[in-house]
Design a protein around this ligand. Sequence first.
Ligand SMILES: Nc1ncnc2c1ncn2[C@@H]1O[C@H](COP(=O)(O)OP(=O)(O)O)[C@@H](O)[C@H]1O
Ligand SMILES: O=C(CO)[C@H](O)[C@H](O)COP(=O)(O)O
Length: 553
Amino acid sequence: MAKYTIGLDFGTLSARAVLVDVSNGLEISMSSKEYASGVINTVLPNTDIKLKEDWALQDPKDYLDVLYHIIPDVIEKSGVNSEDIIGVGVDFTSCTILPIDSKGNPLCFYEKHRKNPYSWAKLWKDHSAQYYADILNELAIQKNEEFLRLYGGKISSEWMIPKLMQMVSESPETYDQAHSFIEAGDWIVFKLTGQFKRNCCAAGFKATWNSKLGYPSGDFLKMLHPKLENLVEDKLSNDIFSIGTKAGYVNEEIAKKTGLKDGTAVSVASIDAHVAFPAMGISSPGNMVIIVGTSTCNILIDEREIKIPGISGVVKDAVIPGYYGYEAGQAAVGDIFNWFINNCVPVNYVEEARNKKITIFELLNEKSAKLKPGETGLLCLDWLNGNRSTLIDADLSGMILGLTLSTKPEEIYRALIEATAFGQNMIVETFRNHGIKIDSIYACGGISKKNPLLMQIYADVMNMNIKISESDQAVALGAAMFGAVSAGNKSGGYDSIEEAASRMGRLLDIVYKPIETNVEAYQAIYKEYKKLYNYFGRENDVMKKLKKMKSEY
Ligand SMILES: Nc1ncnc2c1ncn2[C@@H]1O[C@H](COP(=O)(O)OP(=O)(O)O)[C@@H](O)[C@H]1O
Ligand SMILES: O=C(CO)[C@H](O)[C@H](O)COP(=O)(O)O
């Protein structure tokens, strides 16, 4: 009898469920739904409370509304009997942090907290804690804290400790009222099973937890803010679980709400990008997965724990148990193109796309595909949402160099794509320079399928073959694999993620191969990119000054 597993992937704007065949990873059905309030970055819903620059919140009620829609929907669409669904896996964008009360309810669920921005879910892309991240980094350098070296030498404002420093400093009453803080992925697992099981992927990559060192010490946390001294004991937990561990079983209430069978195994949560690794059918070092979407994440593994400057981090058991998982990334990729389309495309292009019955993306790709490397005369810095790797600075901003009165939109668009490719190449170079082998690149995420021009430019700039995931939902497929592992072999699943990856991972036949003449041309342009990168990222602080000037208004 065929067995099935469900992967739940909670993204930035929406979540999706895939129901897949455990024997071969084939997707039987998919369901997705957008969050009603999306990313809240201007005004708190149904209030007049304005949010400051760089805030990005979400309503956790949206997560539940989506959960209770996509599970029944994906089961119904599949026609599969829930008796044959053996496991559920969950991934979530991260670091997305919720302050909850002792019952596990987010504070913002209560009327008295609705007008308090600190009580809502703080999304990964909220960069408003950069001031606190800077303080943390300075102190950690001064005190020669070992944990800092595991995170590329800097803690990002996207992560938990700066976010909590901001809360405890700016809204101490919210900090006090919160019984604990939890990653949104762990909270979904709690809703499904009634169990609080913190996953090592989010704890390690985003909350500065290490399997040997634990969290930063109380002495260090106290220096950040006196109230943080007992943060771990009071509001977090030292019980952290490896990826693929069974968190518990679908409880009765959830079974009624979703149609899942009461008692279905549920895996501990993981971060979205990291579960994509096995979804590409790989589970060994030498391979890098890039998840190209709103942002881009780079995920790889190695047998060794190497402290690499400028990357996001290294965490044991967080990608494939038994290995050290590495992460780096770019805070905006699709978001950059989205900005360009919404702000810089003239009306006649919109009309042209409409007349040709194609999307603006398709029109821009059509026009910019005709250009050769270097033909735009432009060079951009891809830091429109700061630089995540390898500078780890959310205060950096973007740049377009070489504009003239004859510059066309498709030229800027192509130069922006090229800039994101150069940013990727900086990341690859950084890993290699520190002894990590990268022989193959695997891409997934929306853009890997939607934009062949971009993938070819990436292959040319990185001078490597790029293989593409067959699944449009590689991340959800990865989560489903962990669901199958949590169910285990006896229930028709797998006992290891390696086994699941080899049976369920799927790739397209398409391989993007570097084109020699393009590679040469891009190597020359990349040298110039690196000069700009070092100058504006390390030597000159004009971007920080501009940002500060803006924030004073
Ligand atoms: N054809 C395209 N080329 C490049 N970027 C695109 C294209 N279509 C959509 N995007 C961008 O891709 C991003 C969405 O990526 P996707 O992987 O679907 O979602 P997410 O990253 O939220 O999971 C958006 O920022 C959007 O602007
Ligand atoms: O930092 C992350 C992973 O470590 C975020 O989850 C990721 O960058 C957001 O992903 P997406 O672009 O798919 O919304």
